[in-house]
Design a protein around this ligand. Structure first.
Ligand code: PLP
Length: 428
């Protein structure tokens, strides 16, 4: 597809460039300081969970069934917290460990377990020479950082509208025993916002890995983060595994980071009984027991899946208008120009933007010059290398609606100007 700038006469392109440079100068003069980089809930959203802080006081009964909240014990978390976590993912509480406040931390622990101790009786990865993880890209940069930090080779895999390209995944996982894992965000993915189709989930469950110590890291970070109603359905990966007669293939993670408080939520992992037994052995060397006071507060506040859904409707009332504004501003500013495409998520925290080939770094740099910070170009790719330099992650949740509108206006000018400059450069 050629862009409107590429289709212009030389004179028209020069005039458009001059006009856009003027617009950029005007914006520069405003000395704006706006931020669309952070995938964080806004202050309005975190305020929704403040009442939770009043639910555990010096008067509170600090027991949970037969468990003491105010002492060691329950290494897998409070029974009520495990029940809530299990209900949210549709799994058996017996297979759930609720530990800590960060699911990323749990993912790190699971990678470390494979690396240091080994999985399912196999040699530790650190003794197996080259070890690889598949990284559907664009994806979540911090996943890639975890495996990179162990010296594991991150291998990009194309993302499609219904999930990772499963032909590529199957080929690599089933033929290469060095492939030990894959990073997945199956619902409202970071950053594309897409949800894996049933076919993709079934294809994951049907994998026959060459390595017995291969595991799918199923990070269901946005399991409940829909903008309207029930949202897009996601097939339960453990149901798909049962259907396929498979076992010991998936570690699933989730947290309340973007339900209650990022950094002070509750996080959990679930897997098959034998995988959980192995992980629990590793966890038991790391800590005596998890943060049960926080778990009690979460259960008192959120109660059950219906309570979470109700709470997430309140988040949606804050978040959905921001995503609608992204759609409105990008459509109005860029819709007719043929320079860009972007995703239209129904949940989650991000919009994934694709500009012309070779434009992303320049757009991010120009937006910065004009006072708008964006996520670094290339960040959603392993090693920060976007092979076509097209992808930019837009994180619209944190700024106020007014700031977001201004930031998007700047972004649109930056995209247009970089696209026009590229069209000009092609003719040189
Ligand atoms: C896909 C994904 N997983 C995990 C996290 C971090 O979650 P936690 O705070 O539970 O570690 C994020 C945060 O942005 C995320 O986007």
């Amino acid at each position: 597809m050629t862009s409107a700038y590429q289709n212009m006469t030389d004179a028209a392109l020069d005039a458009a460039l001059a006009d856009l440079e003027r617009q950029a100068d005007d914006l520069r003069a405003l000395n704006l300081k706006l931020d669309m980089a952070r995938g964080k809930p806004s202050p309005e959203q975190t305020a929704l969970s403040k009442p939770m802080l009043d639910l555990v006081t010096s008067e509170t009964d600090l027991t949970d069934g037969g468990s003491s909240v105010d002492n060691y014990g329950d290494p897998d978390g409070l029974p009520s917290a495990r029940a809530l976590a299990a209900e949210l993912l549709g799994v058996d509480p017996a297979n759930v460990s609720v530990i800590g406040s960060s699911s990323l931390n749990l993912m790190y622990d699971c990678v470390e377990n494979g690396y240091v101790h080994g999985i399912a009786g196999c040699k530790p990865w650190c003794q197996q020479g080259t070890v690889k993880f598949l990284c559907p890209a664009p994806g979540y940069d911090r996943h890639f950082t975890v495996t990179e930090s162990f010296g594991i080779e991150n291998v990009p895999v194309p993302m499609r509208e219904d999930g990772p390209d499963m032909d590529v995944v199957r080929e690599l996982v089933e033929k290469d025993p060095q492939v030990k894992g894959i990073w997945c965000v199956p619902r409202y993915a970071n950053p594309t916002g897409i949800t894996y189709s049933d076919d993709v989930v079934r294809a994951f469950a049907a994998l026959k890995p060459a390595a017995p110590d291969f595991r799918i890291f199923w990070d269901n970070a946005y399991a409940v983060h829909t903008f309207a109603g029930e949202g897009e359905p996601l097939l339960n990966i453990f149901d798909a595994l049962a259907e396929a007669g498979a076992d010991n293939l998936v570690y699933e993670f989730a947290s309340t980071a973007k339900v209650t408080f990022p950094s002070s939520g509750m996080a959990w992992v679930t897997a098959s009984p034998s995988d959980m037994a192995e992980l629990r052995r590793a966890f038991s060397a790391m800590r005596v027991s998890p943060e049960k006071v926080s778990q009690l507060a979460h259960v008192k506040f959120l109660k059950d899946a219906a309570g979470v859904a109700e709470h997430m409707r309140r988040h949606a009332a804050v978040v959905a208008p921001r995503f609608a504004l992204v759609e409105e501003k990008l459509s109005a500013g860029l819709g007719e120009l043929g320079v860009a495409t972007w995703t239209h998520p129904k949940g989650g925290y991000f919009v994934s933007f694709e500009g012309p080939e070779g434009s992303a770094k320049a757009i991010v740099a120009l937006a910065k010059e004009l006072g708008v910070t964006l996520t670094g170009a290339g960040a959603p790719w392993p090693y920060g290398r976007d092979p076509r330099d097209t992808n930019i992650r837009i994180a619209p949740t944190y700024p106020s609606l007014e700031e977001l509108g201004q930031a998007l206006d700047v972004f649109v000018v930056a995209v247009k100007l970089v696209s026009a400059r590229l069209a000009k450069a092609e003719r040189a």
